[in-house]
Ligand binder design. Structure first.
Ligand SMILES: [Fe+2]
Length: 250
């Protein structure tokens, strides 16, 4: 399985705090059945320039290379925080894409209404570059919870949708997660793991639960979409739009 969203690299964000924690997270990913993993440390434009982040990331990856198992493919990426104000320009965003792909994992504001410029900027970024934003952990935004049909807008625009594996296991989000799965609106999955205490990899448990609920075929489709993304192939858009008012119950 592929974990497309992780905070396993040490010293770059609020994920692994040192090399030992990185090694432990890698072991946990392997025991969850993950065989391909994308390192996606947080990137905040206001904290450091992109070039500085890329250099730091490269140095850390080099340092932890001996900790990586031969049974695990890895590649670099980032989780880029966007607000619609003072966001990185298009060329910087492209340089933060998942290695070998034209896809950039982006995190939008969790609380409150999104700035009007945010969606416009995303739209322009896609039109100007042909790159595809992957919206990280779609289940975590207040704006989406209030109006899930916004997901249709994002997908129409050309965005891909990432769900955290934990969304299937949390009683507050699982109805939403299964609804997205039924509509074909999950393009990729990630554990968003940060540590072994309260944000440990939970891929295996999510897989078992999803299969137990009868969504084996949909699970396999998501895995196949992720393989396509990492091969930089266009993901076929076979989703059906979420309908207002009824989405929660179907
Ligand atoms: Fe994350």
């Amino acid at each position: 399985m592929i974990d497309i969203h992780t905070h396993v690299l040490p010293d770059l964000d609020d994920g692994a705090r040192n090399d030992n924690e990185t090694a432990a997270l890698i072991r946990a990913e392997l025991s969850n059945g993950v065989r391909e993993l994308v390192f996606t440390p947080h990137y905040y434009a206001k904290k450091r320039p992109v070039e500085c982040f890329l250099k730091q990331r490269e140095a850390v990856v080099e340092r932890i290379r001996p900790l990586l198992s031969v049974g695990l493919k890895t590649r670099v990426g980032a989780e880029v925080h966007l607000t619609g104000v003072n966001d990185p320009p298009s060329d910087a965003l492209c340089s933060l894409a998942i290695e070998g792909t034209n896809c950039v994992l982006v995190e939008l504001p969790f609380e409150g209404k999104w700035n009007g410029g945010l969606l416009t900027n995303l739209f322009r970024f896609i039109a100007d570059t042909g790159y595809q934003p992957i919206i990280a952990h779609i289940e975590r935004y207040e704006q989406i919870r209030k109006n899930p049909t916004l997901i249709n807008t994002l997908v129409k625009m050309g965005c891909l949708i990432q769900l955290n594996t934990g969304a299937f296991l949390d009683k507050h989000t699982q109805k939403f997660a299964f609804c997205l799965l039924r509509h074909g609106l999950v393009h990729c999955l990630g554990t968003d793991t940060h540590n072994l205490e309260d944000r440990a990899p939970n891929y295996k448990a999510a897989k078992e639960y999803v299969k137990e609920k009868g969504y084996k075929k949909e699970w396999a489709q998501v895995q196949s979409r992720m393989r396509q993304i990492l091969k930089n192939q266009k993901v076929e858009n076979t989703c059906t739009p979420i309908k207002k008012l009824f989405w929660w119950y179907k």
